[in-house]
Design a protein around this ligand. Structure first.
Ligand code: HEM
Ligand code: HEM
Length: 135
């Protein structure tokens, strides 16, 4: 398995643990839930689920098409963008939810843009990779 793919899977599981811990904390301190739900939701859905799909997708989809990945460079750039983006979102969102303006808002917008760019790069790279095979 390619090293970047292994790191997508590792980071996915790190986010799963972080998301589940925050989820558990929300059960214990429901009054705080409003501030941390966005971090919980995106650590689980953008972190665990999407990151797992990025890793498994990059590993398996080229093989299904009998091809190599279109751009290994995009796969690596996307890894850093998606991780920096998610960490920035999960870290700044609780501050923004509590009403912080300025730095926290800027970090949230910038990191959300990175996450969005990572999504687009993944879609582009996979669309350029997969093709139908003769049955
Ligand atoms: C140990 C595991 C988990 C625990 C203890 C947990 C706990 C919680 C709690 C307490 C809330 C807030 C509910 C509320 O006050 O409205 C919540 C919301 C949410 N959780 Fe989890 N969660 C866990 C795992 C997950 C996973 C794996 C996912 C997705 C893959 C997920 C997705 C969501 C979503 C989407 C919401 C927002 C629901 C809404 O909009 O009301 N959670 N979770
Ligand atoms: C570029 C990546 C993404 C950005 C910038 C983003 C942004 C947002 C924003 C701004 C909200 C509203 C939060 C609020 O209530 O204030 C939201 C909610 C939500 N997003 Fe995302 N999102 C992204 C990706 C995803 C993905 C990939 C999923 C699922 C696979 C997802 C699932 C959800 C869910 C379930 C909610 C509702 C949470 C709740 O009940 O509070 N998001 N997202």
């Amino acid at each position: 398995m390619e090293l970047t793919v292994v790191w997508y899977l590792r980071m996915s599981l790190v986010y799963f643990i972080a998301g589940a811990i925050i989820g558990f904390a929300l059960l214990i301190w429901p009054s705080e839930a409003g501030y941390y739900i966005s971090a919980h939701v995106h650590l689980n859905l953008l972190g665990f689920m999407s990151m797992m799909i990025y890793g498994v997708g990059y590993h398996i989809l080229p093989k299904f098409s009998g091809r190599h990945i279109y751009s290994p460079l995009i796969m690596k750039v996307q890894f850093w963008l998606s991780n920096a983006g998610l960490i920035g979102m999960a870290g700044s969102w609780p501050f923004v939810s509590r009403g912080s303006e300025g730095t926290a808002e800027t970090i949230l917008i910038l990191s959300a843009s990175m996450s969005l760019l990572a999504v687009i790069l993944f879609a582009f790279n996979i669309l350029k990779t997969v093709k139908a095979v003769q049955m």
